[in-house]
Structures are given as structure tokens and as C-alpha cells.
Design a binder for this molecule. Structure first.
Ligand SMILES: [Fe+2]
Length: 435
């Protein structure tokens, strides 16, 4: 493209970007369309992948009724683990392999949709669990062909998983979160029904909102696609191709909606307008980062979530320690953006303004501080913990956190500046306490 300074062509860099938007239906009540869409895809017997909480909600009953009315045989699997692990991926894969399904319907948050992607992948193209997992933790094998049709119905405004080809899980043997990333994993169709968000507890809504925020902010500030080495073959261009004009559009609108509606949606479950707008922001950010990729805050989050010892949060399962995804990401965000602002200050300042910061007296040199301050303001308003120290980490953990984060090379190479072990260690130190 090379038509603006941010996307100026560089020696050896890519010269084009690819847009692969998902097929997505958005609107209150749209899960009732699932039966017709499944029939149009030629499905006769589907697995409904969900979790025990979602299985009890009214919109879920409407979804099941819709499949039944369309004459589709549906079997419910509601044993998905929140923040899935290699073990829970294996269990879902066994269910999928034994069920002889010709398609999948996932109904839940990112954990459910990601688990369904993995179950579909291993049932369609059986292999060792680690074979398709991102290198260097896994084999990084490309998915050899299409998967079975998958209709994703997100119930939390957050992960954007319905729009991406990424499935994240906790690799128990390595004590770290990692994932599978391949376009073939992108659901065939998504039905985004904001009705589901009406029942979300405050903390779940807050964690989802910060996940959206970081998707949009990381995508907008990622290394431009023109600075990523050109692929060996055009068809090998990665989905995490870096910032590009298409993804920028979704990021900007998602940040604007968050700046306007985020605290309302978190503090008042009955605020239908605010929660509906956050559902749309989640889809926009998901579509955006699904075509650009996220970077350091997410890369660091997988170490934060994977190494947790005894932290827990209300409204999440209490049978094991966990830092919910959106929380584990945003805890790193002010530290990261304070640093990366020096590379692309205009974008950082613009993001702060979209999120509602007053930037009238701010210059480009202030961009990092203005954005970090606005993030901290939103974290405090939504009752997030005060940095990594508040979820149980301290100086003795810096080496392990750095090692865990440094393994996330797919994400770190998408950052606007180099994320060496020493840089990561300093970022973790800077993220310990914010106020
Ligand atoms: Fe995320």
C-alpha cells in the first residue's frame, strides 16, 4: 500500500496484506437462527459444546429448540473447563472423535469456542495434541485441510474467538499457556447475540471488556505489515500479519465504544445498551486482531495465567487458582504501552483519546503516560487488581515470568519494538504495582 507514512514500504518487508473477515450475524435474539444456518450448511448431527453455566441460560434453551425445529440431531457436551488445559482439550477431542458429528455449535465464552475449535481440528485431522501447537512449544504443523462446519455463538463480550483462527489453552506439562493458530480453525459462521451478556456477573464483564480493549490496542499498535518480512510464498502470509488499514478501522471503533460504554456495561448488568455496544466492540476487535495479531500484553499474559499459585476471583470457578484471561492481559498493559509509545506516539495518543482521555494539552512525548494513565483509570473504575503484585507475583518470579513470556514468539515478533528477555523482565517489574 505504502500510501501513508505508517505503512511506508520497507526493504524486504511485505508489500500487501490479506483480509479474511468472518461470516458473522449480530443482533438480539439471533441464536434462534442457528437451526436454519446449520441446515443450510448441510448438517444433520451436531455437537453442542458449552459449559455447565451457559447450559442453564434462557438463550441456550432457544438455541437448542431452534436446532430441534430444524430436524437436527444435537448432543450436548457441557464439560468445557474455564481457561482450558491440555487435559480438557483431550477430553473434548475424545468426545468429538467418538460422536461421529458432521458439525459443531459452540455456545460460551472464549474457553468454550477455543475448545470446540480444537475438538473439531483433532476429530477432523487426528494427530498428537502438540503437533499443531505453536512452535517452539509445539510442532507448529499447518492444518492439512478444512475442518467440519462450526457455528460459534459467543456468550461473553470479550475474546472475539468467534472471529479468529486461534485456540488458547494451558499446556500443563510446561506450566504455560499457548495455542494453536491456523486460519482453518476460524468458525464457519458466528451468531453474536447480545442477549447472553445480560446474565454476566460484573467481574466476568470487566475481564471481557479489558480483553476487547487489549485486542484493539495491541492490534492498532502492532508492527505494521510492511515491516514484517515478506512471506516465502504469498499463501504463507500469516493471519498475525501486523497492523494494517483494515484492522485499524475495527480497532478505532472498538476503542471509541469502550471509552463510551465500558464502565457503564461493567457496573450495571441491566444497562442493555452498554452491554450490546460492548458485544459489538468485541466482534469488531476480534475481526481486527484476527487479521493483524496482538503482541506483548497477550504474550506476557500467558505466563501470568500459567504460573499463578493461589489467586482466585469471584464469579469464576473456585476449584483451582486462576487469573482470568482479560485480567492477566490488562495487568501488563500500562507497562507495555508506556514503553511502546516511543515507537508510534501518534497511535498511542489517538488510542488514549478514543478511550476518553483528555489529550488537549498532551504532546507526542506524553503519549505513553497519557495512555497508561487512562488504562489505570479504567482498571480502577472496573475494580481490577493493582498490578501483578496483587495477584501474587513479586521480584523472585521475574525470571519465570520472563521465560514463559519469551516462549510466545508468535506474539512478541508482532510487537512494535524488540521484546528481548531483558525488556520483558523490566516490563514485568513495571507491571507489579500501578497505584
Ligand atoms: Fe485475548
Amino acid at each position: 500500500m505504502g500510501c501513508c507514512q505508517h505503512y511506508a514500504l520497507t526493504e524486504g518487508g511485505d508489500t500487501a496484506f490479506t483480509v479474511e473477515p468472518p461470516v458473522l450475524t449480530f443482533g438480539t435474539g439471533c441464536v434462534g437462527e442457528v437451526g436454519d444456518h446449520a441446515r443450510a450448511l448441510g448438517l444433520r448431527r451436531v455437537a453442542i459444546v458449552t459449559d455447565a453455566v451457559v447450559g442453564g441460560l434462557d438463550p441456550f434453551a432457544r438455541l437448542v429448540a431452534s436446532l430441534k425445529a430444524a430436524g437436527i440431531d444435537a448432543v450436548v457436551y457441557d464439560e468445557v473447563a474455564i481457561e482450558p488445559t491440555s487435559d480438557s482439550f483431550e477430553a473434548a477431542r475424545r468426545f468429538a472423535a467418538e460422536g461421529d458429528f458432521d458439525g459443531y455449535v459452540s455456545v460460551g465464552g472464549g474457553s468454550v469456542i477455543d475448545t470446540c475449535k480444537a475438538a473439531n481440528l483433532y476429530a477432523s485431522h487426528p494427530d498428537d495434541l502438540l503437533a499443531y501447537v505453536n512452535a517452539p512449544l509445539g510442532g507448529g504443523k499447518a492444518v492439512p485441510g478444512p475442518l467440519r462446519p462450526h457455528i460459534a455463538c459467543p456468550t461473553t463480550a470479550g475474546t472475539g474467538s468467534e472471529a479468529t483462527g486461534i485456540a488458547i489453552f494451558d499446556l500443563v506439562s510446561a506450566d504455560v499457556k499457548t495455542g494453536i493458530s491456523d486460519r482453518a480453525l476460524r468458525p464457519t459462521r458466528a451468531l453474536v447475540d447480545p442477549d447472553f451478556t445480560a446474565s454476566l456477573p460484573k467481574t466476568v464483564m470487566a475481564c471481557g471488556a479489558f480483553d476487547i480493549l487489549c485486542h484493539a490496542l495491541e492490534s492498532l499498535t502492532a508492527r505494521p505489515y510492511t515491516k514484517r518480512p515478506a512471506p516465502a510464498r504469498p499463501s504463507a502470509r500469516p493471519a498475525s500479519q501486523g497492523a494494517n488499514p483494515w484492522s485499524d478501522m475495527g480497532c478505532r471503533e472498538a476503542l471509541r465504544l469502550l471509552g463510551r460504554f465500558m464502565t457503564r456495561a461493567v457496573s450495571d448488568p441491566s444497562d442493555v445498551e452498554a452491554r450490546c455496544q460492548l458485544s459489538w466492540a468485541a466482534s469488531l476487535a476480534g475481526i481486527a486482531f484476527g487479521n493483524s495479531g496482538v503482541h506483548a500484553p497477550h504474550g506476557m499474559s500467558y505466563a501470568v495465567a500459567g504460573l499463578v499459585r493461589d489467586f482466585g476471583v469471584a464469579d469464576y470457578p473456585d476449584d483451582h487458582a486462576m487469573v482470568p484471561h482479560g485480567m492477566s492481559v490488562v495487568l501488563n498493559a500500562p507497562a507495555v504501552f508506556r514503553r511502546t509509545a516511543a515507537v508510534y506516539p501518534e497511535r498511542h495518543l489517538e488510542a488514549a483519546q478514543l478511550l476518553g482521555a483528555d489529550v488537549r494539552d498532551a504532546g507526542l512525548d506524553d503519549a505513553g503516560e497519557v495512555l497508561a494513565s487512562r488504562l489505570v483509570e479504567l482498571m480502577r473504575a472496573c475494580e481490577m487488581p493493582n498490578g501483578l503484585h496483587a495477584v501474587g507475583y513479586g521480584e523472585p518470579d521475574i525470571d519465570a515470568l520472563t521465560q514463559g513470556a519469551h516462549a510466545q514468539q508468535r506474539l512478541l515478533t508482532n510487537a512494535p519494538c524488540e521484546m528481548s528477555p531483558s525488556v520483558l523482565a523490566q516490563l514485568f517489574r513495571d507491571a507489579m504495582t500501578y497505584w
